[in-house]
Design a protein around this ligand. Structure first.
Ligand code: HEM
Length: 156
């Protein structure tokens, strides 16, 4: 298992045990930040963040790593550019496992918010966060939520 050791060791790229981590908050100075991991850039190097970690302090995960997560048997979902590791949670998901499987390594933001509220996200989603990302597209276009009544009644 990888473990984080922020800033207390010098970066040593030669043996590939140390690597720089980028964070979601692009303004923060991450130049001195290092992490020690077995696989320094693969999906398994990302651990679930503690619930008091702010979204902007999560590590940035490149979309290619999110795709690779699927290849190593991880079930990662992307909701509003936050990456959730549902590999274990999938077996406990009250909505069933198949629906989560179908969104493996995908963006399912609007689908999530159709069935859940902030309370579900805070209670169940927050402990599953492993990082943030950008550019993972939702494969499905969101259908309109409301039908305009004017259209139903026609134009007078
Ligand atoms: C981080 C990801 C997710 C978490 C933590 C999560 C969590 C939960 C929780 C806690 C419930 C029970 C809600 C309740 O009983 O009030 C639930 C139900 C459900 N979830 Fe998820 N979910 C996730 C992703 C998804 C996704 C991507 C879908 C796809 C549409 C989905 C579809 C459903 C459905 C259909 C139900 C059942 C709703 C019902 O019975 O009314 N979930 N989920």
């Amino acid at each position: 298992m990888g473990w984080m050791n922020r800033g207390s060791r010098p970066a040593n790229r030669e043996n590939n045990l140390f690597t720089t981590v980028n964070f979601c908050n692009k303004d923060s100075d991450t130049s001195a930040t290092v992490t020690f991991v077995e696989d320094s850039s693969g999906p398994r190097s990302y651990q679930k963040a503690s619930t008091n970690t702010k979204n902007e302090d999560l590590p940035y995960i490149d979309p290619s790593v999110i795709i690779a997560a699927s290849d190593v048997g991880l079930l990662w979902l992307v909701i509003d550019n936050i990456v959730y590791d549902c590999t274990e949670f999938v077996h406990d998901h009250p909505g069933g496992s198949r629906v989560l499987e179908s969104f493996r390594s995908s963006n399912c933001s609007w689908q999530f918010w159709r069935f859940h509220g902030t309370k579900d996200m805070i209670e169940f989603g927050l402990p599953l966060r492993v990082g943030c990302t950008s550019g993972i597209q939702n494969k499905f276009q969101e259908p309109p939520r409301f039908v305009g009544l004017r259209k139903l009644w026609g134009s007078e």
